[in-house]
Design a protein around this ligand. Structure first.
Ligand SMILES: [Zn+2]
Length: 85
């Protein structure tokens, strides 16, 4: 993962909190679906410009990373030691 895909936010959060100068970012639109969210001058054109499965910067598989994140959140070993066996 890179800085760009390490900070994925939920689409609802972005829609409620975005600003006019916001940089493009990856939005999670479902449990394992993602889109590239881009702010435009006209409010009505802002939003998901394309669905993506991989990070456009580093190529990480976003669904796989989201799955691992959920697994780690539910894994007591990972939470205690920072890694799994
Ligand atoms: Zn990335």
């Amino acid at each position: 993962m890179c800085d760009f895909c390490n900070n994925i936010k939920d689409i609802k959060y972005i829609e409620e909190h975005h600003s006019w100068e916001q940089e493009p970012e990856i939005a999670q639109t479902g449990e394992s679906t993602f889109g590239l969210w881009v702010e435009c001058d006209d409010y009505y054109y802002s939003g998901i410009v394309m669905k993506i499965n991989f990070c456009p910067m580093c190529g990480a598989d976003l669904a796989q990373e989201a799955y691992l994140k959920r697994e780690r959140a539910n894994n007591p070993y990972y939470q205690k030691y920072g890694f799994d066996f």
